[in-house]
Design a protein around this ligand. Sequence first.
Ligand code: 1EE
Ligand code: MN
Ligand code: MN
Ligand code: MN
Length: 304
Amino acid sequence: PSVGVVGIPFSKGQPRGGTEHGPALLRDYGIVERIQDLGNKVTDYGDLTLDAVEDDKPWNKVKNPRTVGQANRKVSECVSKITRDRQIALTLGGDHSIAIGSIHGHAQSCPDLVVVWIDAHADLNTPLSSDSGNIHGMPLSFIVKEMAPYTARLPGFEWCQPCISARDLIYIGLRDVDEAERAYMTECGIASYSMQEVDKYGLPDMMERVLKTVDPTGKRPIHLSFDVDAMDPEYSPSTGTPVHGGLTRREMYYIAEEIAGTGRLSCLDVVEVNPSLGTEADRKKTVRTTVDVVSHFFGKRREG
Ligand SMILES: N[C@](CCCC[B-](O)(O)O)(CCN1CCC(O)CC1)C(=O)O
Ligand SMILES: [Mn+2]
Ligand SMILES: [Mn+2]
Ligand SMILES: [Mn+2]
């Protein structure tokens, strides 16, 4: 298959500087070559140029709304172009707010996509419910149609229309969900396989259930949004919001191999690597694990 890689050096969806260096670090550790070596045809579109918006005052508590909105408009245009050319889009973040643009852009060319969101967090706060005001905790509230009654239109997001239904979204790895997010998930009927279900069913059964729930006909393009904090901090310490009790490296390999096995992966976001956090050893461990996991999304199989 052919893959289009784009770097999204962005950090304004959250307060910890450093995620803007994620794309460069992932490239330094050979993410493009690893995918090429697996027989994929890879086009590297380089990094987007993302500027801060002057005088970008908070909206209530929400930080950098115009800067985040403007950046995501560019992400949407880029991902729309890559997926329109029938390439699998690989977006290298950057914080998780970039998923607003990547899902929006992907939906322009693949309106029947489903979203598998692998994360310790639900990222389903709205500009009104968020206690942090960090947009990386809100991306899905801009994207899920059923969230419209609970959210607010932010300056800088005039271009952004919700583009998926709640039934087209499913979570894997949740273990730190805010009260409001839990309520929205129940209200909107969003399916989720938290770490409790991972333990309850075991990965093989769980992955079967995940794919049957969100794509029963087994025909729809998959948008996989991978927040590296879904993994246990033992494997990915250099990330902004680490939470104990996460997925192991082996569990991520299995999930990635199952998704790759569908042959329907159509966009993969890899977000929240923050090289500025932790020790040099932490940074190395985080990026090496992430590159390894990504190789399993693009054809690496332990069975050979
Ligand atoms: N739900 C959080 C974390 C979002 C993480 C975003 B990511 O993309 O990394 O998945 C946490 C909100 N809040 C933080 C302080 C706690 O005491 C209560 C929860 C938020 O900021 O909205
Ligand atoms: Mn997270
Ligand atoms: Mn996230
Ligand atoms: Mn995170």
